[in-house]
Design a binder for this molecule. Structure first.
Ligand code: DQA
Length: 169
């Protein structure tokens, strides 16, 4: 049987390897491996998705990973941690990856310090999901799967791209 699953890469940036040891009130108690297992579970429930995972504390490594995803991934879920608020090279790299992406934050970044309200991915991602903890990744995968299923229908059949979706928080 041909593998028709959409290939989705789940990317984590700086300090996300410290989940489980960071403030649980903000980030929950799951470690990164726990979170990845949870995300695999969401993908299995949704169906039609094949996941890859990558985390780095080195911005250049994440940039290189994004370069290599061009033509390899159908979609990207990205939680770039604090880089999300200032690391513009990551925005360029995500653009170079040239596939639909959804930004996720475990915490509600809009309700925290003002500098966290800036997202370098604004206007580039299909959606930005924040403040829902691990559950936010389910929302992100569902959003990507819908977009990718639509893309598979061919341009003429595809639903019009939604207006920028913020507020799935
Ligand atoms: C985070 C939010 C960022 O502001 C912060 O720097 C992180 C985690 C989140 O998942 O809530 O490292 O991306």
């Amino acid at each position: 049987m041909p593998d028709t699953a959409h290939r989705v890469e789940v990317l984590h940036g700086v300090n996300l390897d410290m989940l489980g040891r960071r403030d649980p009130a903000l980030y929950g108690t799951l470690t990164l491996p726990d979170l990845q297992q949870r995300i695999e579970g969401y993908a299995a429930e949704l169906g039609g998705l094949r996941l890859g995972f990558f985390q780095s504390n080195f911005e250049g490594e994440l940039v290189q990973r994004l370069h290599r995803l061009r033509g390899q991934a159908d979609g990207i879920v990205i939680n770039a941690g604090a880089w999300s608020h200032y690391a513009w090279a990551l925005r360029d790299a995500l653009e170079i990856a040239a596939c639909p992406a959804v930004e996720v934050h475990l915490s509600d970044v809009k309700a925290r310090e003002p500098w966290r309200r800036v997202s370098i991915f604004d206007g580039l991602c299909l959606a930005s999901v924040s403040g829902h903890g691990a559950e936010g990744y389910r929302v992100a995968l569902a959003r990507l799967r819908d977009a990718l299923d639509g893309a598979g229908a061919g341009a003429a059949d595809a639903p019009a791209p939604p207006a920028e979706e913020r507020g799935e928080r």
